[in-house]
Write a protein that binds this ligand. Structure first.
Ligand SMILES: [Ca+2]
Length: 258
């Protein structure tokens, strides 16, 4: 089992929630915790913790940076995050910096970074070390996670030793239709409600009205099932170039509904 830490902006785009559920349910992954970033990171941490609670698991949900290192003045908090979940009694963990300082320098960890890289870059700076954990990063130069915090993505680019990019271009090959999303059954009615509420809210914000791209689930799946993607070394970085879209979707739905 791979020891995985997830760095996420869960709550806005529904794909982070699906990625966390996928990770928690995947028998090949041991989710050690999740750190949250951008916007109300404490609320995001509560969403992550409650997701694990609903699956009968406990993870350290660590709130991280609320703002990028260099703010572009835009607001990446929609306000609906956490709707459809009861978070009143949900407990969260230590601050992300306290957890990640050790994790980024631990080569036994794999970090799936499915959000702007502020937390990872901050932890790398505080640790005074190179990032020795294996990194799986959602996105590519110019995509959301890189654009929102460019200084952080530069730090991660130059300070990390082993990293894999799951590019937005490749992730755009995998999506759920509206019918598939609102027909998902995880085996837990409370979790299903959280998914449908998050998906419904995201649909109002997303430019795509007929589908939900699975950017973040594909990134986490790349950790457990790298055979579902093809990678090439591009400018020294292991980079996704294609995905077996049908096989991935079958695998993803099998885990999610297991
Ligand atoms: Ca995300």
């Amino acid at each position: 089992m791979k020891k995985v830490w997830i760095d996420t902006d869960i709550g806005t785009d529904v794909d982070d929630l699906l990625a966390l559920i996928y990770a928690l349910k995947n028998p090949e992954l041991k989710v050690m915790g999740a750190s949250t970033v951008i916007g109300d990171s404490e609320k995001r941490a509560k969403i992550a913790a409650e997701t694990a609670n609903l699956l009968g698991k406990a993870i350290e949900a660590a709130p991280g940076a609320n703002l990028p290192m260099l703010s572009d003045g835009k607001n990446y908090w929609c306000g609906y995050e956490g709707d459809g979940m009861d978070l009143q009694k949900t407990k969260i963990g230590r601050p992300a910096t306290a957890c990640l300082q050790n994790i980024v320098t631990d080569p036994s960890y794999t970090i799936a970074c499915i959000a702007p890289m502020t937390n990872i870059a901050t932890a790398a700076n505080l640790s005074g070390s190179l990032i020795l954990a294996e990194l799986y990063i959602m996105g590519q130069a110019g995509s959301h996670n890189f654009r929102v915090d460019k200084p952080a993505s530069d730090i991660v680019k130059y300070c990390s030793t082993g990293k894999t990019l799951v590019t937005t271009d490749v992730a755009k090959k995998v999506y759920l239709t509206k019918e598939e999303m609102f027909g998902l059954k995880t085996g837990n009615a409370e979790l299903d409600k959280a998914i449908y509420t998050n998906a419904g809210n995201w649909l109002k914000h997303s430019p795509y009205k007929d589908r939900f791209y699975l950017y973040d689930p594909l990134t986490v799946a790349a950790v457990a099932r790298p055979d579902l993607l093809k990678f090439e070394n591009i400018s020294g970085i292991r980079t996704s170039v294609s995905v077996k879209a049908d096989k991935f979707k079958e695998h993803f739905l099998e885990i999610l509904t297991s």
